[in-house]
Design a protein around this ligand. Sequence first.
Ligand SMILES: Cc1ncc(COP(=O)(O)O)c(C=O)c1O
Length: 472
Amino acid sequence: MFDQLYQTLRTRVLNRLLSPGTRLPSSRKLAQQLNVARNTVIAAYEQLIAEGYLESKSGSGTFVTEELPEAWFQAEAQSHSPPKPIQNIALSNYAEAIRDENVRKNGSNQGFTVGVPDLKGFPARLWNKVSSSIPHAGLTELMGFQYPQGLPELQEVITDYVRSSRAVRCESDQVVITQGAQQALDLCARLLLNPGDPAAMENPGYTGARRALHATGAHVTALPVDEHGVMVSALEQLDPPPKLVYVTPAHHYPLGSVMSLQRRTRLLNWAATHNSWILEDDYDSEYHYQNRPLASLQGLCKNSRVIYIGSFSKVLFPALRLGYTILPKELTNVFTQAKMEHSGETPVHIQATTAAFIQQGYFSKHLKRMRVLYAEKLECMLKACEKLTPWCKIHTHGAGMHLVIEFTAELCEKSVYNQLVKQKVYCSKLSRYYLEEPVKSGLVLGFANSSEEEIRTKVEQIASTIKLAART
Ligand SMILES: Cc1ncc(COP(=O)(O)O)c(C=O)c1O
């Protein structure tokens, strides 16, 4: 009884149901009201007085303490047992679609985690030097809200870069800086699709794009992919025609094929006929080790129906959260407005550092080094993966930072994957990239952040795991 009374009074004080200064009934009266022993009330009052929730004023009675410091309320939050779990939370369709995905955990850059560049190979000291060389006067100017579309210096260097390396046709006022390519995908989807609208994307395809499209409530059709990229013939049969199609023509994600020129022209003709938008995600076109990548779709397109999306996540580092979109002039304003509503400006000091890093020649030097390094790592991967060929087909097109091994033998993808996670071999399941029932199963292995020695060891672990799984 003591406990119950003590907790009730304490909670009432903490929740301010009994406000500071309130006079409590005498112990005799409360005992009568509650039909409990007077000693119980006295004990509860004394405990609360000792803890400072109540105070006794001689001759006038017991009162709620006038000034309960904030820290007491915090202490309450810490000392109490955890709140009861909330049952039956009604989530949106968007939340339902993502709730079971594993959020990346600390340390998940290791192993064959997909999408992580060689972090140790990044010239962090140079980056810091460039960052601290931004002049003070300039720094103050960078603190306000004045570059919603992006820092002009960065827009300029990106324009030069995509024109020369990707044959993108643009002026710098068509460049909008975003929080990674992901924000660009998300905003394009929101701006161009309404619930129920038809959209389409490669299948398998990038999960981030899938989520961005689904989040709008669009009806997303899965387009098959072969060694020439997305199969435009499947697109041509769709009625109604999708309003927007997402593709990764330079290096299909995740299987790796490069979209042929014939497919590119066919896709652009289809888009022109139907007034549809193409989202060209050029996430890692910098890493082609045998041939130069084909020019961008955007550069081939004559009627501005292609929106080009680029990212610094692979060529610098992912935590930078810096990407860019090259939009037709008619869309830049509304896109910038949406970006401001979504996240406000992209941190301007980061933009200034990136622009200076590129202007001072460090970016191209870093890229050249990484291209050589990743080509060597890919070679090492391919050699190591030779031992997997009895059970797997290796998908590689001499590009990128990851490799797909498709299971050709009867293997349970989930159990192989779980076994590998136990051994700290982090990678992705191929099936997770499918919009519908997966057609292939296997593993996606990001190799850029592993040393050659790690590559050999981890592939050895994969081989043993697969061998065992194939036997059982
Ligand atoms: C195909 C593809 N597109 C876009 C992105 C998103 O890049 P960002 O980190 O710039 O948001 C990724 C990230 O891994 C990706 O793999």
